[in-house]
Structures are given as structure tokens and as C-alpha cells.
Design a protein around this ligand. Structure first.
Ligand SMILES: [Zn+2]
Length: 161
């Protein structure tokens, strides 16, 4: 049980760590993802979980329940107001594509903040990906801020008309 103990220690540092090991197979009791082969998969790809599989929350569901994002994307500027629908389509497409391969990468919320939109993601890579995709389709200014050693990123995209 030594392994278990070190898991608990690491978990205290970051309960959302995607690399965290679980007993196999584990089923997420909230979204139904299956942990096997050292990673979380969509249930359809991994097949039916055996009866008596371990049940826990996957790292993405934990973040969703705790409202603790791994990334925040801020979209702003007068151009956004004109093109909001188009830009949000890009955002949703990026999530869909990311999530098909890595089901822990999800959008947690989209909220109106002042003159812009705040998009929270379960994962820093998805936040970066969204920022880059919006900026490559609608060139504006993109700033990515992340403190060294921190598993959290802020992505700012802005464009005036
Ligand atoms: Zn889950």
C-alpha cells in the first residue's frame, strides 16, 4: 500500500493532476469516462467497464464540481461584439476536437465579463489552443501568462474593430 500513500501526498499538492494514477479499471461516477492503461478514455472506446470497477471522479469532473479551472481565456474588444458567434464557433470546435482525443480537456463555463467573455477550461493546453485558434482566424493580440511551475494559464485575446 506504499503506492497509495504517495498518491495521497501528491494529491494534496494538486487534486486535479491528470497524471494521477488510479486502480484499473476505474469509472468516473459523474461522466462515465474509464481509466485503463494509465489514461482516461471515452467509454465507447474502452468498452463496457467490468462489474465491480473502482468508482471515482476523473480529474476533469473534480475541476468542474469545484469550479477550479486549469485555464482561463479572456476574449475582448469591440471586434468581438461583431463576430461573437463566429468566434464562439471556433471555441466550441476546438473543444470538440481536443475532447475527442483527450476527454479531460473541456470547457467549464463561458461567462460574460465586462465587455468580453471569460472561458474556463479544465486544462491549460485547451486554453492555449483556443487562444491560438481564435487569433489565427481573427488576428488580434494574444498574450499568454503562466507562472513557472504552475499548472494554470491565463490567455488574453483582444481585438478592436
Ligand atoms: Zn468525469
Amino acid at each position: 500500500m506504499r503506492e497509495r500513500r504517495s498518491d495521497i501526498g501528491a494529491e494534496r499538492k494538486s487534486p486535479y493532476r491528470e497524471e494521477r494514477k488510479f486502480p484499473e479499471p476505474t469509472v468516473c461516477s459523474r461522466c462515465g469516462l474509464i481509466y485503463s492503461g494509465g489514461a482516461w478514455h471515452l467509454a465507447t472506446k474502452a468498452g463496457e467497464p467490468p462489474k465491480g470497477a473502482n468508482r471515482e471522479l476523473c480529474p476533469a469532473c473534480r475541476r468542474e464540481l469545484d469550479r477550479a479551472p486549469g485555464g482561463l481565456v479572456y476574449l475582448s474588444g469591440s471586434y468581438l461584439l461583431e463576430k461573437e458567434e463566429e468566434i464562439m464557433n471556433i471555441v466550441r470546435n476546438q473543444e470538440e476536437q481536443a475532447r475527442a482525443k483527450r476527454p479531460l480537456q473541456r470547457i467549464m463555463w463561458v461567462e460574460r465579463k465586462d465587455e468580453g467573455l471569460e472561458i474556463a477550461t479544465t486544462n491549460q493546453h485547451l486554453a492555449r489552443r483556443i487562444g491560438r485558434a481564435v487569433n489565427s482566424a481573427h488576428a488580434g493580440s494574444l498574450v499568454i501568462k503562466q507562472k513557472a511551475g504552475e499548472n494554470f494559464v491565463r490567455v488574453y485575446w483582444e481585438r478592436e474593430r
